[in-house]
Ligand binder design. Structure first.
Ligand SMILES: *[C@@H]1O[C@H](CO)[C@@H](O)[C@H](O)[C@H]1NC(C)=O
Ligand SMILES: *[C@@H]1O[C@H](CO)[C@@H](O)[C@H](O)[C@H]1NC(C)=O
Ligand SMILES: *[C@@H]1O[C@H](CO)[C@@H](O)[C@H](O)[C@H]1NC(C)=O
Ligand SMILES: *[C@@H]1O[C@H](CO)[C@@H](O)[C@H](O)[C@H]1NC(C)=O
Length: 447
């Protein structure tokens, strides 16, 4: 495998670097390249050709000058015959010039190879157990030679490389992509591959560990964090479960293990299978994550406008994102919007974690009279009630003064229930009313 890569690398570098034309210049696409003829003496007349076709010809004496191609991106220097061309990808070829200097023809020729510069390479990884394959790529259609370097003098040629990971391996590998024009490199932390390959699965998923073993499995076992889950032997008919039996299923034909994952099942699942008397291994790291619940959007009016708040119950770590009219977007669990009373627009909060996404919407119109203002309304209502109560007192005392029969205690009883109950029943949601009888029933059942 490594030998094949190595040979490929040598071949590629041969193609890129060794098979070059003599007197051939490699130039990056887009370069304003000047073909310098280095003619001495005054040029009387001359022409430039590209792959045999006239580019421009001129005669100083008659003042004749004619362009045939490249005129929009080329410049001719009549004093010394230099031709500057902003080179495009397909301008490869031979530029030839002939100049007449003091009645004698002089010639110039240059072969140009126009090459796209390499883009910054991207490194990706694939993990199979402890074996990691790193791949390096640049944007099409640039051809490049890839070389790798890494810890302990590691080096490799080729667009992919196989390495074996150690426990908690934090190594950094570098890939550099090179062509005749440029070199670019990128780094890759092995750690990133490990987390990428670790599969995130939502709690409750019936997850199947697919070993992709080919051939009939004679015997095998699965382990979870080093502890046996199940082991079996087809020949003797032996099959023993050690854990997960109530929520797992083993496929004896292909060795697949399905487990309905619980919150605390994060860890490493490993299998070994004997196929045609040869052991084959499989490993997968699973991270079990609770999916997000549907968020709740609430709002508060404040001095700047309206504050929208998105929350999850129970709180789960997640990414919060807002979208709204006119391309509005924001991140975070709160956002601030302008106050616009006639606005029928709808704002959305979407929450996302590694395993799920949920969203909820809100019309800011529904916000008015919420938040800090709610307190104000409460105060106003309280104030009115207090005033009414006070007026009641006045009326009552006037009444008492007139009747002169009642004691003082009755006055307090009358005003307190009215003043206390009113705001309380206002703040009750329908949910509270449903909950109330239930919580009253609970003690009855125990008794
Ligand atoms: C290319 O270079 C020549 C010579 O230096 C210059 O005269 C010309 O303006 C340049 N063209 C562009 C497009 O920059
Ligand atoms: C889980 O998936 C496996 C394979 O598809 C299936 O055999 C098993 O019955 C499923 N278990 C549950 C509990 O749905
Ligand atoms: C995981 O949770 C199950 C029940 O939910 C429990 O029986 C088991 O002991 C837990 N395992 C660990 C490693 O905490
Ligand atoms: C918003 O996020 C912050 C920081 O993560 C957290 O402290 C706060 O409780 C969150 N607020 C809500 C409404 O979830």
């Amino acid at each position: 495998m490594a030998r094949k890569d190595y040979i490929q690398g040598i071949l590629l570098s041969f193609i890129l670097f060794c098979v070059r034309c003599v007197d051939c210049e490699n130039v990056a696409t887009g370069t304003n390249y000047t073909l310098k003829s280095a003619i001495t003496g005054p040029i009387e007349l001359g022409d430039w050709k590209h792959n045999g076709n006239l580019v421009v010809e001129w005669d100083i004496k008659t003042g004749f000058l004619e362009w045939y191609r490249f005129q929009d991106r080329a410049k001719l220097n009549l004093a010394n015959g230099d031709l500057s061309v902003v080179l495009e990808k397909n301008d490869n070829g031979v530029f030839k010039a002939q100049f007449q200097v003091q009645g004698v023809l002089q010639y110039f020729e240059r072969t140009i190879k126009v090459i796209d510069p390499v883009t910054k390479p991207k490194v990706t990884c694939e993990q199979n157990g402890l074996d990691i394959t790193l791949k390096c790529a640049v944007d099409d259609p640039v051809q490049a030679l890839f070389t790798w370097s890494g810890p302990d003098g590691f080096s490799h040629v080729g667009d992919s490389v196989q390495i074996t990971r150690k426990q908690n391996d934090d190594s950094i590998y570098y890939c550099s992509a090179k062509n005749e024009e440029s070199v670019m490199s990128a780094e890759f932390k092995l750690k990133d591959c490990i987390s990428e390959d670790c599969e995130n699965v939502a709690t409750g998923t019936n997850y199947t560990l697919k070993s992709a073993i080919t051939g009939p499995i004679e015997l095998g076992d699965w382990r979870y964090n080093g502890n046996l889950v199940v082991e079996w032997d087809i020949k003797t008919g032996f099959l023993e479960w050690y854990r997960f039996q109530d929520r797992a299923q083993l496929n004896l034909a292909n060795g697949d293990l399905s487990v309905v994952l619980e919150k605390n099942d994060s860890g490493v699942f490993k299998a070994q299978f004997q196929v045609n008397r040869v052991l084959q291994y499989f490993e997968r790291t699973i991270k079990v994550i609770d999916p997000v619940t549907k968020p709740k959007v609430t709002c508060e009016e404040n001095d700047q406008g309206i504050k929208l708040i998105c929350s999850l119950v129970p709180p789960v770590e997640a990414e919060f994102k807002w979208t709204g009219p006119n391309g509005f977007s924001d991140v975070g669990n709160t956002t601030q919007i302008d106050r616009n009373q006639n606005d029928d627009s709808v704002y959305y909060c979407s929450v996302k974690n590694e395993v799920s996404e949920e969203s909820a919407e809100l019309n800011p119109k529904d916000c008015f009279g919420k938040g800090p203002n709610e307190i104000n309304i409460g105060a106003v209502v309280g104030g009115i009630i207090a005033t009414l109560g006070f007026m009641g007192l006045v009326v009552t005392s006037v009444f008492i003064h007139k009747k002169k029969g009642y004691s003082g205690g009755a006055r307090g009883k009358e005003s307190t229930p009215t003043g206390g109950k009113q705001p309380q029943s206002n703040s009750h949601s329908p949910d509270d009313e449903v909950n109330l009888p239930l919580s009253q029933d609970a003690p009855n059942q125990i008794v």
